[in-house]
Every structure is written in C-alpha cells, then in structure tokens.
Design a binder for this molecule. Sequence first.
Ligand code: DX5
Ligand code: ZN
Length: 229
Amino acid sequence: MAETGVRIAPSILSADFARLADAVAEAEAAGADAIHVDVMDGRFVPNITVGPAVVAALRRVTRLPLDVHLMIVEPERYLRQFVEAGADILTVQVEACLHLHRVLQTIRGLGARAGVALNPATPPVAISQVLGDLDLVLVMTVNPGFGGQTFIQSMLPKVAEVRRMLDEAHSPAVLEVDGGIAPHTAPQVVRAGARMLVAGEAIYGAEAGVRAAVQALRAAAEVGLGEQV
Ligand code: DX5
Ligand code: ZN
C-alpha cells in the first residue's frame, strides 16, 4: 500500500464471533489492509474477548496482517504466544507496562512489529523515550473495552501532537486511531495525521454491508488526506 495512503483495519470485535472466518473474508474482499483483533482480559478493561487460539485460527484463513491490540495487564506474559499464533503487529497499552522499553524490544525480537496504545487520559509524553523502539502508535479515541462507543473529539489535538512527535523524530511508525471511527470522523483523524483507521461498528454493523462500509471509510479518509497541506 502506498506510503501516502490510509490503511483500513476492520475490528472483528463487532463481527459475529460464530462466523469469524466469513467476517475476515468479507473484509479481505472489500480491500481492507489489516484485521484488527481486540484482546481483552476482564482486568485491564471490563470485557473479555479472545486469546492466542483465535489469533491462530484467523491466521489460517487470511493473508492480511493481523493487528493484535492487547488490552490486558502484564502483556509481557503473553507476547510470545501471540506472535507464535500469527500476530504481525502486537500493540500493548502503555498503562499496562511497567517496563515499556523491554516489552517493545521483546516484541521486535520475536519478529513482530511493536505498537503502543495510549488511553484517552494518557498524554503523548508517555512514549517520548521509546520513539525509536516502536513501529506503531495507537491513539485510543474512546476508552477501551467495547465497540460502538462515541468518538472523543478532544483526542484530535492529541493525534496531531503524536504526529508532530513522530515527524520530528523522523520516525516511520504508523499512527493508528481506534474507537468511534466512521465516515464522519475519518476525515478529521486523517487531517490530524492518522494513517491507519480501526473500525468495528462502522464496518460490521453497517446496513449496507462490509464492502460498502470499507469503501465509504476509505473515501472519507481520502477526503481528509486531500485537505492536508
Ligand atoms: C475498543 C476496541 C476497538 C473497537 C472499536 O476497546 O479497541 O478496536 O473494536 O470499535 P468501534 O469502531 O465500534 O468504536
Ligand atoms: Zn482495538
């Protein structure tokens, strides 16, 4: 995918868990760039979702990169399992890491790309000392835990600030956003500097179907790109 483009990563959290393979196939056919897998442990967030076994099952049915978002405490205990299951990008929540630098190095050492997610209340400075150690920054635009929540508008300046930090450090890391992303919010986050958009409800909850939803999101993202100077 072009360096100047915007990647779309459907979140299977909003798909029918009884037919995940179909959900992934639909996303792939619609031209999605990655599959976003939300791992929740009932401790870091109130919800419980899936673990490495489901990542391994997804790995068998798609060639798309698996973008695995760990919303779990002590993620260091599970990094190897998720990479061995097939995660291409492994993103940890900065708030869950006592030793973030070590966690990022471990992920890279295992052969995956290392991501860090920031909760809405966490400032960008939390990653200022590890900019050279990460491949992706995920700015949460809702409080993690559930799909279908409302986009938090006040996260837009934060997306822009992270964009500036990455650019000033000449970092090639991908800037991803997650939560409440839909055709009406996509242009705003892209304008602020996001280049990878996670969307659950806007894709798997769309009445028009997955293909139309991915296309609508991509078109909206391109509006945001076009407005950038
Ligand atoms: C929320 C998850 C998201 C979720 C987004 O905690 O990290 O990936 O699936 O869902 P939407 O796009 O519906 O806000
Ligand atoms: Zn997520």
